[in-house]
Design a protein around this ligand. Sequence first.
Ligand code: ADP
Ligand code: MG
Length: 146
Amino acid sequence: MQKEVKTDSPEATEEFGRRLGARLQGGEVIELVGDVGAGKTTLVRGLVAGLGSGDHVSSPTFTVCNTYNGKFIIHHCDFYRLHDDALIKKELAELISEDSIVLLEWADEVVRVLPKDHIRVAITTNGEDGRTFAISLPERYNYISL
Ligand code: ADP
Ligand code: MG
């Protein structure tokens, strides 16, 4: 399933993230694609809140993954500095589980090692505050209504 959501402020993006986060059931892997400033981390902020976590969200710039605790363990990763597919694959395998959520920024780089049926969110910018979220939801995620 393909869906499109548009927002016109960072707050609206967070709100969209909260709605999406509240529907996750554990085990989901979400790939976030978009240029710097697109709103990946802003969306993650909403997702994490929607998963019942009050943890502070920041870009995983110096660490590969940040971990937050909510309804599930949330791994927020950025693999752009890891160039070894085998290593990334191993790291991912350790993070993905039924009681975790894996959120990947810059996943374009590592898409070849992601599970085939992950959720993909591609963000494009329209003007200063407009953002379009193109969401690809494989069949098995039909419980996520947006
Ligand atoms: P990324 O993680 O993709 O680099 P961030 O979420 O860190 O992006 O930054 C997004 C920037 O764009 C923030 O400065 C935010 O205030 C701004 N912004 C403006 N409009 C929006 C919007 N509709 N959704 C998300 N961010 C927005
Ligand atoms: Mg970011």
